[in-house]
Design a protein around this ligand. Sequence first.
Ligand code: OAD
Length: 257
Amino acid sequence: MQADDPSLQVAQWFREAESVVILTGAGMSAESGIPTFRDAQNGLWSQFDPLRLASAAAYRDDKALVWGWYVWRMAMVRQAQPHAGHRALAQLAALKPGMTVVTQNVDDLHERAGSADAIHLHGNLFASRCFACARPAGDVGIPTCAVSEPTLRLPPPRCTHCDGHIRPGVVWFGEPLPETSWQQAVERAHGCDLLLAVGTSGVVYPAASLPGIARARGARVVEINPVATDLSCKADAVWRTTAGEGLSKLFAALTTE
Ligand code: OAD
C-alpha cells in the first residue's frame, strides 16, 4: 500500500464499520464544475463578497443583486452533472445500509447520483421560500442567460400568499442550521464507526464539528482532500486525492477483491 493511496486501509475500515457517515463539502462538487468557496484560484469567496451576498442583511439591502447571484448558481448546478464520486457514494450506500451522506452542499448532485436521503445542513438552492412568511415558493424559473452572468441583477419573484419577496432556500451567515437535519447529523456522527470527510475545508461550524464528535465516540475519521485542512490533524488517515478518484477507488477496492 502506498502512503498516498490508502484505499485498502480505508476499504478495510469501511468493511469493519457498521455505521458510516460521509460528510461532504464544496470539493465534492468541484469535479462537476461547481466552484468551491475558499480555493484561492476560483473559489466563490475569492471573487464575491459573502457580506454582500450571503446574509439576510445583504438581501434586505439589495434583493436584486442577491437573487441574481443565486439564480446564476442555480443555473450552473442545473447544467452540471454528478461525477464518478457522487455515483460511487450511492454504490457504497448499497453495500452498507448503515451509511449516511451529510452534505454542506446546496446543490442536488448527490440526489441525482442516487443518494436520495442525503442530509443537507446548509439548505437547498432549489427550495426557495418567502422571506416574509417562509412558505415554499415552488418552481421559480431559471433564465438561461443566468449561466454566464454572475452579476446579473434580478428582482426576486413575489410570494403568491403574502406578496413577500422570495429568497433562496440556503442557510445564510448568521442563520441557524435546519434543526431536524442538524439533529440527524449529530445522531449519525455519535453512532458511526467511520466518518469520511470529503472535500471540505472544515472551517465552517457547526458542520465542521461532526468529525470531532464522531472521533470522540471512538469512530475512525478519514479525510479525502487534495490539500491539508483544519481537519487533517484530527483524522486517523488523510488521503490526498480528489473526491471523484478517491471514492471510485474505495468502491473498486471493496468490490474487486
Ligand atoms: P470550502 O470551499 O471551504 O472548501 C472546499 C474544500 O474542497 C477545500 O479544502 C479544497 O481543498 C477541497 N477540494 C477542492 N477540489 C476538490 C476535489 N476535486 N476533491 C476533493 N476535495 C476538493 O467549502 P466547504 O468546506 O464546503 O456555507 O465550505 C463550508 C461552507 O462554507 C459552505 O457550505 C458554504 C460556505 O460559506 C454556506 O453556504 C452556508
